[in-house]
Design a protein around this ligand. Structure first.
Ligand SMILES: Nc1ncnc2c1ncn2[C@@H]1O[C@H](COP(=O)(O)OP(=O)(O)OP(=O)(O)O)[C@@H](O)[C@H]1O
Length: 606
C-alpha cells in the first residue's frame, strides 16, 4: 500500500559532458579536439591552396604571405596540407576505435554476462591477439592490402580489441550477480534488455575512457605508418609531412614543427580527455567538496508541518540520555547540491527506556541511527542540528571522541547478524578483542567475561560457540553473539537497527525478550529502529513515527497506539490491521488434539 512520497529531495544528475566542461583540463582537451574535427570537416573551405598543387618558385618558402606556415620541398602549402591531413588521422583513429569497440565490447558483454565456455574461448583469443606484434602485423597487412590506411587501421582495431574485451568482461562479471540483475531476470526481462538497461550503464564509463586512449594510440600508429612511407603518398598525412620535413631538416627545420605539433597535441588532448573523464566519474562516485553553509542551509530549509506530540503522564519524564535536536542529514551531490534524507528530527532517549523509531522503508530511520554513531556512508554528513550525549555534541565531536564512545558508551546491534561477523575469526576472538581493547583487561579475564556473556544471552553451549567460526552457528545465535558483544562493555545507549528482521519468528521473539531483559539489567537507553508495529508494541516505551525524513508523530507507545492522530500513523496501522475477521488461534500440531482444536476454532469464529 503506498503511504506517501519518498523523502529524497530531487537531485538532478548532471550529464557527463556538462561536468567535463567544468573541468579545466577537459575543456582544453575538448576545445583542441573540436578544432581538429572542424579543420578536418571544413578543410576544403579553410585551406588557402590546393594541398597537391606544387610550385617550383615557392620551394621551402618561409611562413608568411601566401603561405601562412610556409611551403614544403615541392612548393605545396603546408597549412592546406595539414588541414587535409587531419582527415586521414581522424578517419584512421575513428576506424580503429569503432572496430575495437564493436569487437571488444560485444565479446566482453557476452563473456562477462554468460561466462562459461565463451569466456574461456574469448579470453584465449584475446591473449593470442595481444601476443602478436602490432607493427609486424601492420607491415604484413600493407603488403597484402597496399597503402590502404583505413584497412590498416581496421586491422589495428582488431589487434587492440582485447583491451576493450578485458575491461568490459571484468566490469560485467562484477555486476552479473548483483541482486538488481537477478531481480530483473526474475521480473522476466530478456537478457538483451538486462544488458541494455543494467549492464551497459556499468561499462559505459570505462569504455569511453578507454576509447579516448585508443584513439590517441591510433593517431600515433597511423602517423608512424605514414612516416615510414607505408601510407598512400598521393594524399597528405601528418606522418608523411613529418617524413618530408626530415628530408629538409637542415634547410628548413621549422617544417618539422607543424606535423609534430598536430600529432603531439592531438594525442595529448585525447589522453587528457580520458583523464578528465576518469576524474569526473570518480568525483561523482565520492563526496563533492563542501559548499558554503548558506547553500547547505537553503537545501534543508523546507516547509515543515507540526509534529503530533502525545502528552506524557505527569512524572513520567526522567533524565535524557540522548537528546537530538533539529537533526538534518544530507548527501553531497557531484553538482554541489545536497540531497536531504533526514530533516529537522528531534527526539530524546532516556536511561532505561526503549525508544522506537518506526516508519516505512526509506523514511530515514537508519540514517538517523548512523548519524548518532557518526557512521554515515561516504558523502553523507550531518548538515544541521545537535546530538547531545553526556554533555558532548556528537554532531560536532572529533573522530577521536567518537572512537572512544563507540562500543564503550554507545553500542550498536545491526540488522544482518551474519554479515557483521568476520568469517575468518572465531566468535571468541571477535568478542574478546574489543573487551581487551576497551576495558584494558587480560586474555584470561576477557575469555571469562565473553563466556559469561554468551551464557547470559542464552547460547546453549558457550564454550563450543566461543570456539566456533561464524559459519558454524545459526542466524539467531549470531544475533545473540552480536548483542552479547554490544552489551559487553556495559554501554549507556544501545542502538538496535531492525535487530530481528533477518531472523525467523520464534527467534525474533526470543531476541526481543533478551533485549528487554538486558535493557533493565544494564539500565541502558535503547533506540530501536524498526518497521514492525508489533515490535514497537512489544518492546518500546515511547515511539517516534518517521516519514519522508521527518518525525510526524511522537509520544508514549500506549497513547500513540490508542489514538494515532497523524494520517500517516493511521495509514501504518491500517496497513497492518486488515478489515477481515481476526484469525483464530493456531491449530495445535499434536495429532491427538488437532481435530478438537480445529472444531473449536471454527466454532469460535464470527
Ligand atoms: N548513500 C546514500 N546517498 C544518498 N541517499 C541515500 C544514501 N543512503 C540512503 N539514502 C537515502 O536515505 C533515505 C533514508 O534511508 P534509510 O536507510 O535511513 O531508510 P530507512 O527508513 O532506514 O529504511 P529501511 O527500513 O529500508 O532501512 C532513503 O531515501 C535513501 O534513498
Amino acid at each position: 500500500m503506498p503511504l506517501g512520497p519518498t523523502p529524497a529531495v530531487s537531485t538532478a544528475r548532471v550529464p557527463l559532458l556538462r561536468r567535463l566542461v567544468r573541468n579545466p583540463t577537459g575543456v582544453v582537451a575538448l576545445v583542441w579536439l573540436v578544432l581538429i574535427v572542424l579543420a578536418a570537416v571544413l578543410a576544403p573551405l579553410l585551406a588557402p591552396h590546393d594541398p597537391a598543387t606544387a610550385s617550383a618558385r615557392d620551394v621551402l618558402a618561409p611562413p608568411g604571405g601566401a603561405y601562412p606556415l610556409g611551403a614544403d620541398s615541392s612548393g605545396r602549402d603546408i597549412l592546406s596540407r595539414l588541414l587535409f591531413a587531419s582527415r586521414v588521422s581522424l578517419t584512421g583513429a575513428a576506424t580503429t576505435v569503432v572496430v575495437a569497440a564493436a569487437l571488444g565490447i560485444s565479446a566482453g558483454l557476452i563473456a562477462g554476462y554468460h561466462g562459461r565456455r565463451f569466456e574461456s574461448v574469448a579470453s584465449w583469443v584475446a591473449s593470442l591477439i595481444m601476443s602478436l606484434n602490432a607493427v609486424v602485423v601492420l607491415l604484413a597487412v600493407r603488403s597484402v592490402l597496399g597503402p590502404s590506411m583505413v584497412g590498416a587501421m581496421a586491422v589495428f582495431g582488431v589487434l587492440i580489441a582485447p583491451a576493450f574485451y578485458r575491461v568490459v568482461a571484468a566490469a560485467v562479471s562484477g555486476v552479473r550477480h548483483e541482486l538488481y540483475v537477478d531481480a530483473a531476470r526474475v521480473a522476466g526481462l530478456s537478457d538483451s534488455r538486462i544488458i541494455a538497461r543494467h549492464v551497459l550503464t556499468v561499462v559505459r564509463a570505462p569504455a569511453i575512457i578507454l576509447a579516448a586512449g585508443i584513439a590517441g594510440i591510433a593517431i600515433a600508429i597511423s602517423a608512424g605508418l605514414d612516416f615510414l612511407g607505408l601510407g598512400d603518398p598521393g594524399r597528405p598525412s601528418w606522418g608523411g609531412m613529418l617524413n618530408a620535413a626530415f628530408g629538409v631538416i637542415y634547410r628548413a627545420p621549422l617544417q618539422l614543427l607543424w606535423p609534430s605539433a598536430a600529432i603531439g597535441l592531438t594525442c595529448i588532448a585525447l589522453v587528457l580527455l580520458g583523464n578528465a573523464l576518469r576524474d569526473e566519474l570518480e568525483r561523482s562516485a565520492g563526496p563533492a567538496p563542501r559548499r558554503r553553509r548558506g547553500r547547505t542551509a537553503a537545501a534543508v530549509t523546507v516547509a515543515t508541518e507540526p509534529v503530533v506530540v502525545h502528552e506524557e503522564p505527569v512524572g513520567a519524564r526522567g533524565g535524557d540520555l540522548l537528546r537530538i535536536q533539529s537533526l538534518s542529514v544530507g548527501y553531497d551531490q557531484p553538482d554541489g547540491s545536497v540531497t536531504t534524507v533526514v530533516r529537522d528530527v528531534s527526539f530524546t532517549v532516556r536511561r532505561g527506556e526503549v525508544h522506537g523509531l518506526i516508519g516505512e522503508s526509506g523514511s530515514g530511520k537508519t540514517q538517523t541511527a548512523w548519524s548518532i554513531l557518526r557512521l554515515l556512508p561516504p558523502g553523507g554528513r550531518i548538515v544541521g542540528g545537535t546530538i547531545e550525549f553526556e554533555d558532548a555534541d556528537l554532531a560536532s565531536a572529533s573522530n577521536r571522541q567518537m572512537t572512544a564512545l563507540r562500543g564503550a558508551k554507545i553500542a550498536y546491534v545491526p540488522q544482518e547478524p551474519m554479515s557483521n561477523l568476520d568469517p575468518a575469526f572465531t566468535i571468541g576472538h571477535q568478542l574478546t578483542e574489543p573487551l581487551r581493547l576497551t576495558l584494558g583487561i587480560g586474555a584470561a579475564e576477557a575469555r571469562e567475561r565473553a563466556l559469561a556473556l554468551l551464557t547470559r544471552v542464552g547460547i546453549p553451549d558457550p564454550p563450543r560457540t566461543y570456539a566456533a567460526y561464524p559459519h558454524q552457528i545459526s542466524g539467531g545465535m549470531a544475533q545473540r553473539v552480536l548483542i552479547a558483544g554490544a552489551v559487553s562493555c556495559n554501554p549507556d545507549l544501545l542502538i538496535a537497527d531492525e535487530p530481528t528482521t533477518a531472523l525467523d519468528v520464534t527467534v525474533q521473539a526470543e531476541v526481543l525478550d533478551l533485549l528487554r531483559d538486558l535493557r533493565a539489567e544494564f539500565d541502558m537507553g535503547v533506540l530501536l529502529v524498526t518497521h514492525d508495529l508489533g515490535v514497537v508494541a512489544d518492546l518500546c516505551d515511547r515511539v517516534s513515527v518517521m516519514r519522508a525524513g521527518r518525525i510526524v508523530e511522537t509520544g508514549p507507545t500506549r497513547s500513540l497506539f490508542a489514538d494515532p492522530r497523524h494520517e500517516y500513523t493511521r495509514a501504518l496501522f491500517d496497513a497492518v490491521l486488515e478489515d477481515g475477521p481476526a484469525r483464530g488461534p493456531l491449530i495445535d500440531t499434536d495429532p491427538t488434539t488437532t481435530a478438537d482444536t480445529a472444531t473449536a476454532t471454527q466454532g469460535a469464529r464470527p
